[in-house]
Design a protein around this ligand. Sequence first.
Ligand code: FE
Length: 187
Amino acid sequence: MRALETVLTEKGLIDPAAIDAIVETYETKVGPRNGARVVARAWSDPTFADWLRRDATAAIASLGYTGRQGEHMRAVFNTEDTHNLVVCTLCSCYPWSVLGLPPVWYKAPAYRSRAVIDPRGVLAEFGVTLPDGKKIRVWDSTAELRYLVIPERPEGTDGWSEDQLADLVSRDAMIGTGVATVPGDAS
Ligand code: FE
């Protein structure tokens, strides 16, 4: 892909900046928007949350998010006691149907090994500090089963619409390298 990109760029056929912008959009906006809607629905509708817990594949498909690399899904819910973190130690399995393309760091050997050995250290590098007593559960994705982290719903969001709630849910929060926060809320 890179070699092809180089050839096309040398011939003046494509603009690498434009390509980067497109990839960036799919990594951070279009794809993760689907997952954010799943999370927002789970926060808003206990029946849906329960379904998601029991059969994430079907619950997610009911919102129209299906397709390759998302055939078998499991949703893992963050709680007061437990934070969930997703990795693929073998390669880069990732739930495309809800998160789009994986970020570069997700595929990097450093993340794949250290997420297992030192999850707390990895989270710190992402700017996430968890309370001391909180456990971290690491989930190793495979081609057969991929994970979506359901972050904890931020305080002070009672009565918010699903659209408003979805805006709080970043890609990283659904991988577990982030948490959902209300912008401007330092706590
Ligand atoms: Fe993999």
